[in-house]
Ligand binder design. Structure first.
Ligand code: HEC
Length: 133
């Protein structure tokens, strides 16, 4: 299991905030965010996937929870394996659809996870993000 190691680089150097990066087991950061809303391409793709699948219908526009639980809270405890499993198989009886027939969601689980983890960590401060230029 890959536990995300959070490096909170909130150090200010000459008035410039360094980007925050969460690093997974390998050296590629899970996500990179600047100013809370500017994210790397993969994380941005996760946001686009979130939008395309309209997860917000049940989990709320800011992931705060509606009929589905708050993913801000869920991703603090859910393992990466559990995340993949609930997305793939759903929990039909409890109202979470299975996404295994949705190619976009299945192809972008890593990016979706990165985006939601960034939100849950508080590193991404708004649900709507932009791509770092
Ligand atoms: C039709 C409503 C609905 C939609 C759409 C939906 N979910 Fe869910 N989701 C739920 C419900 C309800 C649960 C809680 C299931 C339970 O009680 O175990 C849930 C559970 C989850 C969990 C597990 C939370 C936990 O704490 O165990 C994750 C992660 C999740 N959803 C992510 C997503 C993502 C990402 C999408 C979009 C691809 C999505 N959901 C779309 C209703 C929905």
């Amino acid at each position: 299991m890959k536990r995300a190691l959070i490096l909170s680089l909130s150090t200010f150097v000459a008035g410039v905030a360094l980007p925050t990066a969460a690093v997974s087991g390998d050296d590629k950061p899970l996500y990179t965010v600047q100013d809370g809303v500017n994210v790397d391409e993969n994380t941005y793709n996760g946001f686009k996937t979130w939008r395309a699948a309209a997860c917000d219908r049940c989990h709320g526009p800011n992931q705060e929870g509606m009929v589905g639980p708050s993913l801000i809270e869920s991703l603090k405890v859910l393992t990466r394996e559990e995340f993949d499993k609930v997305l793939t198989d759903g929990r039909m009886a409890k109202g979470m659809p299975a996404w295994n027939t949705n190619q976009k969601v299945m192809d972008n689980l890593d990016d979706l996870y990165a985006y939601l983890k960034g939100r849950s960590d508080g590193a991404i401060t708004k649900a709507k993000v932009r791509k770092i230029k």
